[in-house]
Design a protein around this ligand. Structure first.
Ligand SMILES: [Mn+2]
Length: 337
């Protein structure tokens, strides 16, 4: 596979001081090793960290508070919650589910990153990959799927709770195997992990996750904006994209004024060049995009063709930030909009 050769060549040219082997865990020094996902952690980040810590040793941690969907998953799977780590000083760090500097906890020393397990393209502003001892990036539906594949190829059977959380990572990122990013690997590992976890109907588990994610009626707009949020660097511009995936989109689109206020504050505080927020309707497979000023409007107009509905730009068949919203905004920003 094309991606494996990228992985191998990166591993071979690595200049890292301390070695780390994804193919031979016994050799690894796991002293002070922690596994973490990106800021505004989502379920894939959390569950891939849990799986990686089980497979390779070290501890799964969270760089910020977990979201309601992830808390539901921990409860459902009867799994232990990874602890929130506020200071990564002196830790050896394994990254899961991201490779961008803009999504790194601020206390992580880039030189301390020993491994990356991810499923995102290496664009924008990646961490200094030449320093990282082991990198495995594949274009699969979730980082959790890649972790499941590591366990399988190392003949490691994940315990029930970890199989369950890993399954949740796959179901979350692929919107229960429905998103455009879903691969056959995701489908196969979902079936296999459900068996290992003793879950007879994983679609029902996935539906319950979507419901847990959707209930945001008591959550304030500023929290929702950054609950599933990423900052990117496109053509030197800082671009923030927040997403709220929900089965009950209107509950959120009705709160437009609250979101506009929250976005104005957030854009200013974080010195962003552009900020977008999507209420992603996973039931009707449609993104509802919001922005706050003329500069953002110019980017959105260049990036998308959609229908205006009470200030939200409706984008039919758009559900993925990674595959659809992000790349379209990236092209528009890079084209000078
Ligand atoms: Mn992911």
């Amino acid at each position: 596979m094309k991606f494996s050769s990228v992985f191998l060549s990166l591993a071979v040219i690595s200049t890292a001081g301390s070695a780390f082997e994804l193919n031979d865990p016994k050799k690894n020094d796991t002293h002070n090793l922690v596994w973490t996902g990106h800021l505004s952690p989502d379920t894939d980040s959390m569950t891939a960290a849990i799986a990686a810590a089980y497979i390779y040793g070290g501890t799964a941690v969270m760089p910020q508070e977990t979201n309601p969907e992830s808390r539901f998953v921990l409860e459902y799977c009867q799994a232990e919650a990874p602890r929130q780590l506020d200071d990564f000083t002196d830790k050896q760090v394994g990254l899961v589910d991201f490779n961008q500097k803009t999504q790194l906890h601020k206390t992580i020393d880039p030189g301390s990153i020993t491994a990356i397990i991810d499923h995102h393209a290496i664009g924008g502003s990646p961490v200094n990959l030449a320093q990282v001892a082991a990198i495995d990036i594949r274009p699969w539906g979730s980082a959790a799927t890649i972790a499941a594949d590591h366990a399988a190829s190392l003949n490691i059977i994940l315990p029930k709770q970890v199989a369950c959380t890993t399954l949740a990572g796959i179901l979350s990122d692929t919107v229960v195997l429905q998103s455009a990013t879903t691969t056959q690997y995701d489908r196969d590992y979902a079936v296999k992990l459900a068996e290992q976890a003793g879950i007879s109907d994983f679609h029902s588990f996935g539906e319950q996750m979507l419901i847990a994610k959707s209930d945001l009626s008591k959550t304030d707009a500023a929290t929702i904006l950054t609950m599933d949020y990423k900052t990117f660097e496109y053509a030197g511009k800082k671009v923030g994209i927040g997403v709220a995936e929900t089965l009950t989109a209107q509950q959120l689109t009705d709160r437009k004024d609250e979101f506009i206020t929250a976005m104005q504050v957030y854009k200013k505080e974080n010195n962003l060049d552009h900020l977008f927020f999507s209420v992603t309707d996973t039931k009707n497979k449609q993104a509802n995009l919001l922005w706050i000023d003329e500069a953002d409007a110019a980017v959105a107009q260049a990036a998308f063709q959609g229908q205006n509905a009470d200030g939200w730009l409706q984008l039919k068949n758009v559900t993925s930030r990674k595959r659809q919203i992000g790349p379209a905004i990236q092209r528009a920003v890079e084209a000078g909009n």
